[in-house]
Ligand binder design. Sequence first.
Ligand SMILES: [Fe+2]
Length: 464
Amino acid sequence: MGARSMVPAAVTLFLFLSFVGLCNGGITGNYVRQVGPTADMPKEAFPPPPGFNTPEQVHITQGDHGGRGVIVSWVTPAMRHPNVVTYWAEGAKLKDKQKAHSKIYSYRYFTYSSGYIHHATIEALEYDTKYFYELGRGNGTRRFSFTTPPKVGPDVPYTFGIMGDLGQTSASIQTLEHYMANPKGQTVLFAGDLSYADDHPYHDNERWDTWGRFVEKSAAYQPWIWTAGNHELDFAPELEEYTPFKPYLNRYHVPYRASQSTSPLWYSIKRASAHIIVLSSYSAYGKYTPQYTWLKQELPKVNRAETPWLIVLVHSPWYNSYNYHYMEGETMRVMFESWFVQSKVDIVFAGHVHAYERSERISNIKFNITNGQSAPVKDPSAPVYITIGDGGNIEGLATSYTEPQPSYSAYREASFGHAILEIKNRTHAHYTWHRNQDNTPVAADSLWLYNRYYYPVEEPSPWE
Ligand SMILES: [Fe+2]
């Protein structure tokens, strides 16, 4: 190439790099999409199943600490009974069918009265086995299935789907169907903000019912690991509703006691090769509080020889460069970030901001009031922070960023989507983010993640 053609080439390269945002250290996706809020689907879009008192809003989550338990939850609209789930392993004989009974809950919210909400815990299942289960009776009988995870172990491959801030709009439907079109996902890590019922007049709790029907097509067949977001609070003194998380805690049960937690809002599970910690952005976490005390005791219990991958779910992100909910996660970051670095947390998934963002491995734990060291720095022991609040809810996308893109932000884009985390072994996991508008196998952002405990070297950027 001659000297005369070098100059335009250099200019073109500079313009390209400016365009994709590399000059600021990170990338802002330039995908052009429709913006503005999408209305919730009409309630009729999520009808109850036919038949009298037919079980609906069926969902499952892990029911113990190690993966041999399942909590099966459902609603019977008219009568309390039957309150039993019948289950059997694939290929089992008729006589080998087993039963578990539910505990039944119901609640009132302003003028709304819930149906009968059932939670049945099934324990001591075989690992890595397909089970069928049946609910209801007569013409209201419904059958579902799930597969238990493999026994916990350091090199057990396992694939998680990640969604957050889902809601119940046409975009929410697109996100869920896009996730389900990918056969890889075995369990959903949900980063909080489920139904957005509270965006309707009087927190219309029928929207909790429609949401339960909406997600059933996935949540009845694979566990969703729940995190509470701000839209789960339903704290409304103007409606004389003073109990935070009332609809959420009645409807979504988690195995918190199995991890010695005293609240369903924070807990842990082990699944395949991952230890997953769920935290609550909207419960006290200052020193001496129950959540603080629990997390302090929990982190040293993580056994990386058994579960190499340490993953945290929390609703409000600690690193976020959008002009939405900016720094709302800051006080929790200040409390817990040094613990995460010490414990070599691999990934933190958050929601809340209705967009996508992935951070570099950075920490900001040196500041002590007088030393002025208050900027994030590269840190090989730090987690990657991923904001995945782009499920597609009624409030619309977060489309405004802080400029320039901070150096801690590796990739950000205001599009709806979901993510997939494929754990391969103790050292490697393949992570992909899938924009709703793309075909199923297309990844809009992807990265080979290296385990912080077994292979703490820097991951090459997929964008360089
Ligand atoms: Fe939120």
